[in-house]
Design a binder for this molecule. Structure first.
Ligand code: ADP
Ligand code: MG
Length: 350
């Protein structure tokens, strides 16, 4: 549905040089997919997404949406093509002087009879769960309600693509979840293709089918969400994933010398991560039995992503040195990623 081919975009910088906001990025988003783009502030996400509807014209590269090369269109044709690409923003961008009704009706003002428009706006407000808020002004609405109005307005021209630039970043976690659920519902109900820009991995985990990780203007990793979570290739991706898992708390526990993670000589703290779908073997009891080692689970974080278990465990393994090695090799052979986090005994515990 969306094809970006070798997109680059630079801006003049203050010192007189230039900033390469997007560097040679290629990305394909299939019809009906929800594509996440994650990265830290300044990574180039907003510039990239604005290149999809040519709010920013790329310096190089081609943009196709629905098979049409937008970068080759005349201004008039581009204006028409843009109607099929909706967009929502972090700050909602509603007209403060118009009611919810007036905001949603705005894109339809020249294209319909008054009666058709009234019917359409009512349907859109219903679609986002705001049928009783038509007369409210933005100042009378909560953040979540404002974003619902913005979504209804973005859908007025029945776009095939919805671009969301940090659409939930100004919202609390509960409201974020309700907006993400609404986006997912629209994706399913309308077959809407959605691009979600975010700096929060939780958002990606919640609704995206695929994710692209951006760093310094480039996509450094891309894949279906399960594979990226199960086997991240880049450190930045691992860091983002850690923000959604309690497993990373282990480092804080070690730093504060918590009694939970104090090691005796020969013991090791190990992080296990499932890297393949359908891992069902009771691996922990298997290694205890098979290798005569003790595996003490410190904490676990296993959840379901796209119907498959993902996550892992932090365990302390104790036993004979060579038996521990064999146990860890065995786990690796069962497609579990094994990372020894610490093997330093706490002298005070000895
Ligand atoms: N209109 C602009 N003029 C000058 N520099 C810009 C402009 N838009 C973005 N940039 C620069 O491009 C880089 C990427 O910005 P942006 O796409 O907004 O990143 P993100 O959305 O990931 O935070 C940043 O260094 C930013 O300062
Ligand atoms: Mg941005």
């Amino acid at each position: 549905m969306i094809v970006l081919q070798n997109i680059s975009k630079s801006f003049p910088s203050e010192g007189g040089g230039s900033v390469e906001a997007v560097r040679n990025v290629s990305l394909r988003v299939g019809k009906g997919e929800i594509q996440g783009v994650i990265g830290f502030s300044g990574a180039g996400k907003s510039t990239l997404v604005r290149c999809i509807n040519l709010l920013e014209r790329p310096d190089a590269g081609e943009v196709f949406v629905g098979g049409v090369e937008l970068t080759a269109l005349s201004d008039g044709d581009l204006r028409a093509a843009r109607k099929k690409i909706g967009m929502i923003f972090q700050q909602f961008n509603l007209f403060a002087s118009r009611t919810a009704w007036g905001n949603v009706a705005y894109p339809l003002q020249y294209s319909m009879t008054r009666a058709d428009r009234a019917e359409k706006v009512a349907a859109l407000l219903r679609l986002v769960g705001l049928e009783d808020k038509g007369d409210a002004y933005p100042s009378q609405l909560s953040g979540g309600q404002k974003q619902r109005v913005a979504i209804a307005r973005a859908l007025a021209n029945e776009p095939s693509v919805l671009l969301c630039d940090e659409a939930t970043s100004a919202l609390d976690p509960q409201t974020t979840l309700s907006i993400l659920r609404l986006l997912k519902e629209l994706n399913v109900k309308l077959g809407l293709t959605i691009v979600v820009i975010t700096h929060e991995m939780q958002v990606v985990k919640e609704i995206c089918d695929r994710v692209a990780v951006m760093e310094n203007g480039e996509i450094v990793e891309e894949g279906d969400v399960f594979s990226v979570f199960a086997a991240p290739k880049k450190q930045i991706t691992r860091d983002f994933i850690d923000t959604t898992s309690n497993l990373s708390k282990i480092h804080a526990l070690i730093a504060e010398r918590s009694p939970l993670v104090r090691l005796k000589p020969g013991e090791r703290i190990v992080r296990l991560r499932y890297v393949e779908k359908n891992v069902s073997e009771a691996l922990i009891s298997t290694i205890s039995r098979k290798f005569d080692v003790n595996a003490n689970i410190i904490f676990g974080d296993i959840e379901f992503l796209g119907g498959a278990p993902i996550g892992g465990l932090i365990i302390i393994v104790s036993g004979q040195e060579d038996r521990i090695e064999s146990a860890l090799s065995f786990l690796r052979s069962r497609n579990v990623s094994v990372e020894v986090i610490s093997d330093e005994p706490d002298r005070r515990a000895a």
